[in-house]
Ligand binder design. Structure first.
Ligand code: 8Y4
Length: 276
């Protein structure tokens, strides 16, 4: 159960943490490109020291209401960081993008995983991943970031998200991506109400058979805030609870901001899961 990410490996026999590396859009506001690059490297090295098995880098904001970013802008933001981190870190670099041009260049620069919130539905994306041989995370999103939280409706959210992901896994396999290189993610917060997010987490085990592994991103999200009344900077405890609930039901990659704490919580979870 090892995932080959361009020559670096992730062991999927136990839940692991994908550390979130945020890249600030305005590189000249606080010291320029060099400063941004060294800051990103320092933060990524710290996450690896805290036990992150993979680092996720994104140049397109997918927050509700975010404006679209051009491929060139995304490349300018992400590519130097990907190249540097892929060269210097012992863990794979995941790139959060939906654009085929960004995927192609990021993989050339050493990225080991494509994390696509649009599940390879944009033109050319599927073909780039097929040709590259790197694994992909297919995420479910209803709508687009600007409009996705406008009254999302599902008759059966678990069945519908599962059917979407099954169709995308099938499309990827038909195009030539082996199933053992495909991960799936129900996309918490992406076109879902609190009730939808809770149903997806409650029945997350139903996604386990779809592909090589289940990925979840719950860290600091609004569902944690809604349940706890905590502002975004005070959602660690709730995020850890959600991470453990996900891992208990078979999630193998947990995307998280607070790496050290999440790794510890997942080790407890894994210990109990492995008990006789
Ligand atoms: C506070 C902190 C409030 C974070 C909102 C957020 C996922 C993802 C994102 C996910 C996968 C986010 C790139 C949204 N979420 N990729 N990306 N799964 N695979 N919001 O759930 O973190 S960005």
């Amino acid at each position: 159960m090892r995932l080959d990410c361009a020559g670096k490996f992730i062991d999927l026999s136990q839940p692991v943490v994908m550390g979130v590396l945020n890249i600030t859009p305005d590189s000249f506001s606080d010291g320029g490109h060099y400063r941004q690059l060294t800051d990103a490297l320092r933060r990524a090295e710290a996450m690896v020291a805290e036990g992150a098995a993979i680092i996720d880098i994104g140049g397109e904001s997918t927050r509700p209401g975010a404006l679209p970013v051009s491929a060139q802008e995304e490349l300018d933001r992400v590519l130097p960081v990907v190249a540097r981190l892929a060269r210097e870190l012992p863990v794979p670099i995941s790139v959060d993008t939906s654009k085929s041009e960004v995927m192609r260049e990021a993989i050339s620069a050493g990225a080991g995983l494509i994390n696509d919130v649009r599940a390879l539905r944009l033109p050319g994306a599927l073909e780039v991943v097929v040709a590259s041989g790197v694994p992909v995370c297919l995420m479910h999103m209803r709508g687009e970031p600007g409009i996705m939280q406008r009254e999302p409706y599902y008759a059966d959210v678990v069945a519908e998200v599962r059917a979407f992901l099954a169709e995308r896994v099938h499309a990827c396999e038909a195009a030539g991506i082996p199933g053992d290189r495909i991960l799936v993610d129900p996309g918490f917060g992406f076109g879902k109400t609190l009730a939808h997010n809770l149903s997806l987490l409650r029945y997350l085990d139903r996604f386990a058979g779809l592909a090589a592994g289940v990925v979840v991103g719950l860290s600091r999200k609004s569902m944690i805030g809604s349940l706890s009344n905590a502002p975004v900077g005070e959602r660690l405890s709730g995020s850890l609870a959600a991470a453990v609930i996900a891992a208990w039901q078979g999630a193998r990659i947990i995307r998280a901001h607070d790496v050290r704490e999440t790794v510890q919580a997942l080790r407890v979870c894994a210990g109990v899961l492995e008990a006789d």
